[in-house]
Design a protein around this ligand. Structure first.
Ligand code: FPP
Length: 247
């Protein structure tokens, strides 16, 4: 049986988050500049998005640019931003044809203006789509997000809109940029690195982590199927015992 037909469609992760890693190393291996890896990474983005939507996954979040990525060489940052603008421009129709809504998390107002404009247009043009939400994490880091949430809540307390004793999980989650988006059930990181790199720290409290050696530009539908099958083979206990889990 092929990988796809082994997936239990009644037990899909509702939200899959991906740390797309290894573009630079993949390019270097073939004697190409790092940017070649990013360009080829777009095909992998397409494959992952298509595969997730076809299966019936409701949310997919891609870590496309972190707040730390500004420390990369200026040439690479410019190339990544140009690639993003170009991809947003060319892929919006495909997103609409496939009923996929685009969303973004992160400090997007600080992106280059063309990139910000294209992103907002993409979000606006796809806002009524229902099949899946594709969330791009851009100029995102979890510590930035958590700090911003604390500021928002502190303002609420200062304005007497929030009582300190009323601060709970719900109030905190509503102050995050992921407000309204369920926590990821599965987090995939490519390229063999086994770390989280400041991604969705609050949201992954109970997420299943899946690390694969595949470099992001090589990522294809089969790799997503494999990750989902691995997820489906795990027992998720959320702090309970095996016996308490109703099968
Ligand atoms: C990590 O590889 C990848 C990135 C920082 C950027 C990912 C961007 C894309 C795939 C391009 C377009 C994206 C969208 C959503 C349209 P790396 O450069 O850190 O690789 P390395 O670890 O081998 O150096």
């Amino acid at each position: 049986m092929d990988l796809k037909s082994r997936i239990d469609l009644t037990h899909l992760p509702e939200h899959i988050a991906i740390i797309m890693d290894g573009n630079g190393r993949w390019a270097k291996r073939q004697g190409q500049p790092r940017v070649f890896g990013h360009r080829n990474g777009v095909k992998a983005v397409r494959e992952a998005t298509e595969a997730a939507a076809e299966l019936g996954v409701k949310y997919m979040t891609l870590y496309a640019f972190s707040t730390e990525n500004w420390n990369r060489p200026k040439f690479e940052i410019n190339a990544l931003m140009t690639l993003l603008v170009k991809t947003l421009r060319t892929e919006i129709n495909t997103l609409n044809e496939n009923d996929i809504r685009l969303e973004a998390i992160g400090d997007i107002t600080k992106l280059p203006s063309q990139c910000y404009k294209e992103l907002i247009e993409g979000i606006e043009n796809t806002k009524n789509n229902k099949r899946m939400t594709l969330v791009l994490a851009l100029n995102y880091s979890a510590r930035w997000e958590i700090t911003e949430a604390v500021k928002k809540i502190a303002e609420g307390v200062a304005n007497k809109e929030i009582l300190p004793e009323h601060i709970d999980k719900r109030i905190f989650e509503n102050a995050l940029t992921t407000k309204g988006i369920p926590d990821p059930e599965l987090l995939i990181r490519t390229s063999g690195e086994a770390r989280i790199s400041n991604f969705l720290l609050w949201q992954i409290a109970y997420t299943e982590l899946y690390f694969t050696k595949i470099f992001w530009p090589e990522f294809r539908k089969e790799h997503l199927y494999k990750a989902i099958l691995d997820f489906q083979s795990r027992e998720r206990r959320f702090g309970k015992t095996s016996e308490q889990i109703v099968k």
